[in-house]
Design a protein around this ligand. Structure first.
Ligand SMILES: [Fe+2]
Ligand SMILES: [Fe+2]
Length: 276
């Protein structure tokens, strides 16, 4: 990954979610993840619209991993003694509304950046939940999420090498996510309060997450310079451009594997075993 697990880590000090005190609070957190993992089945769409058989093979495996993560969060609900509930609208927007409208948006926005954000929250929970059985379940899922992020990053870099002008489109698409994050932090603080030993860090943790995203966008070559250097005029231009591109993509028929498989590298190389 372009941003390592160590860089993802935020220092919560001695702050912990403790059971049984924080049962309901963690139940709410688990509901947000549960929704995100259920939207993981969107990857099924990219199985059909993948640019290569190799990418499709990755998505087939990813789909079964995301479905396994649904079970992980149901298991955590059972361990907590809580039952599943609906997600917050911002989570719904980030997971469904911001769904990529073409392959480049999918790998850069949903996989590299989106699943990268998810991984940062996984890491925060691993570091703060005072329940070894839950941490063990989260660790297993986090290792698979790492691979999803790494694949999204590698594909983003490949596409940018082929089409450098794509950088501005992808930057615009990711600005939307970055703008939605403070809303979620404000909601968490309003709904869950700022007194809790872990939640006291919500604002600082959000700052950390935005910084990580900036770092990832820089290392991928999507962002040159820093986010702070982007003036409002340029931000508005990038957002408008990403919006128009997003809408136009919806009208286009994407190339399917059924159109491309005969010129696929896998066939040309005569390889039959999928790469690891
Ligand atoms: Fe997942
Ligand atoms: Fe994932």
């Amino acid at each position: 990954m372009r941003v390592s697990r160590d860089e993802l880590r935020f220092d919560f000090g001695e702050a912990r979610f403790r059971l049984p005190r924080d049962r309901a609070l963690l139940g709410w957190v688990v509901d947000q993840f549960l929704y995100g993992e259920v939207t993981g089945i969107q990857v099924g769409h990219w199985l059909y619209a993948a640019p290569s058989l190799e990418a499709a093979t990755f998505f087939a495996r990813q789909a079964s991993e995301e479905l396994a993560h649904v079970r992980v969060f149901l298991r955590i609900h059972a361990l907590l003694g809580t039952s599943p509930g609906p997600p917050h609208p911002v989570i719904r927007f980030l997971s469904t509304g911001a769904m990529g409208s073409d392959y480049a948006e999918h790998v850069a926005t949903e996989m590299a950046v989106g699943e990268g954000l998810v991984l940062a929250v996984f890491q925060a929970l691993i570091d703060t939940v005072d329940a070894p059985e839950i941490v063990r379940l989260l660790e297993g899922a986090a290792r698979q999420e790492e691979r999803h992020v790494a694949f999204g990053e590698a594909e983003t870099v490949r596409l940018l090498t082929e089409r450098p002008a794509l950088a501005d489109d992808l930057l615009g698409a990711n600005l939307l996510t970055l703008l939605a994050l403070p809303r979620l932090a404000r909601f968490i603080q309003r709904r869950l309060g700022t007194e809790h030993e872990v939640l006291r860090h919500t604002a600082a943790f959000l700052g950390h997450v935005v910084q990580l995203t900036e770092l990832r966008l820089q290392r991928l070559g999507v962002l040159r310079g820093s986010l702070a250097d982007l003036g409002w005029g340029r931000r508005t231009w990038l957002l408008a451009r990403a919006y128009v591109r997003h809408q136009l993509n919806r009208l286009r028929r994407p190339r399917r594997l059924t159109d491309t498989y005969l010129s696929d590298p896998l066939l040309r190389q005569g390889r039959t075993e999928p790469a690891e």
